[in-house]
Design a protein around this ligand. Structure first.
Ligand SMILES: Nc1ncnc2c1ncn2[C@@H]1O[C@H](COP(=O)(O)OP(=O)(O)OP(=O)(O)O)[C@@H](O)[C@H]1O
Ligand SMILES: Cc1ncc(COP(=O)(O)O)c(N)n1
Length: 266
């Protein structure tokens, strides 16, 4: 069988984040990529200059179209923009029995532009987290979801436990926003805590790191990997992509989606 992966996310015209990052990542890992677009953004390495959300119905219809014909082995969500789109996605995921769901709770772009309305955090928490196999917040997103302040490893673990208590089966609290020697992510599935660590790369070219990581995990899940192995593959994929990040544009350049395939053995 061909592994089939769906991304439910926004478009980044700059190609480094959003559905563009997701499709490139799916392709690199040998999964057939499909999309349900939630919003169009005008965006480059310098920031976001426009956001146009799609009607919630249009998002639900795209999910229905692919799920009822091609089939979905695993799916991820990225930018969802508002609570009406979140409701439509949650309902479509439920109706089509998509069990391997990775929720990347995208809230704010690297340049500071909001990609989720402030009043939609509650819908994310209430409607989508209970359906998630894995949630992948960065530290500010984990703080927004839990109301906790996160400064230490113990804080990350506390937030991870709170997110699993909201109904998600597992969580990775990503440590990319820290400033230590290593970029450490904390995995928790209700039973075990695992820290995934990689050397921190000194680069400003980190546009789309979160999208790329969650897409790699989703592709690995579509291929039948178990959850922790899929997260390990995601970590190896994003580490290679950041190590070989592309110096494009005048701001935060994109990660390199082909680095895992071409460089990870070297
Ligand atoms: N400079 C870095 N060096 C190595 N790994 C990094 C670096 N920055 C982020 N990572 C890793 O990249 C992955 C994504 O984490 P990050 O915290 O950047 O996500 P994010 O903030 O959601 O991304 P985005 O800003 O694209 O939404 C994590 O595995 C994190 O540890
Ligand atoms: C459409 C879209 N989705 C997600 C992100 C987050 O990525 P980043 O925080 O790296 O800018 C983005 N910038 N644009």
């Amino acid at each position: 069988m061909v592994p089939r992966a769906l991304t439910i996310a926004g478009s980044d015209s700059g190609g480094g984040a959003g559905i563009q990052a997701d499709l490139k990542t799916f392709q690199e890992l040998g999964a057939f990529g499909m999309t349900a677009l939630t919003a169009v953004t005008a965006q480059n390495t310098l920031g976001v200059s426009g956001v146009w959300p799609l009607p919630p119905d249009a998002v639900a219809k795209q999910i229905e179209a692919v799920a009822t014909d091609i089939g979905v082995d695993a799916a991820k969500t990225g930018m969802l923009f508002d609570s009406a789109i979140i409701e439509a996605v949650a309902e479509a995921v439920r109706r089509h029995g998509i069990e391997k769901l990775v929720v990347d709770p995208v809230m704010i772009a690297k340049g500071g532009a909001p990609l989720l309305k402030a009043d939609a955090v509650e819908a994310l928490r209430r409607r989508l987290l209970p359906q998630a196999l894995l949630v992948t917040p960065n530290i500010p997103e984990a703080e927004a979801l839990t109301g906790l302040a996160i400064r230490t490893r113990a804080d990350m673990e506390k937030a991870a436990r709170a997110i699993v208590a909201m109904g998600a089966k597992a969580v990775v609290v990503k440590g990319g926003h820290g400033d230590g020697e290593t970029a450490d992510d904390l995995f928790y599935d209700g039973a075990r805590v695992e820290v995934l660590s990689a050397p921190r790369v000194a680069t400003r070219n980190t546009h789309g790191t979160g999208c790329t990581f969650s897409a790699a995990v989703t592709a690995a899940l579509a291929k039948g990997e178990d959850l922790l192995d899929a997260v390990r593959i995601g970590k190896a994929f994003i580490t290679a992509a950041i190590r070989e990040a592309l110096n494009l544009g005048g701001g935060h350049g994109p990660t390199n989606h082909w680095a895992y395939r071409t460089k990870s053995g070297s």
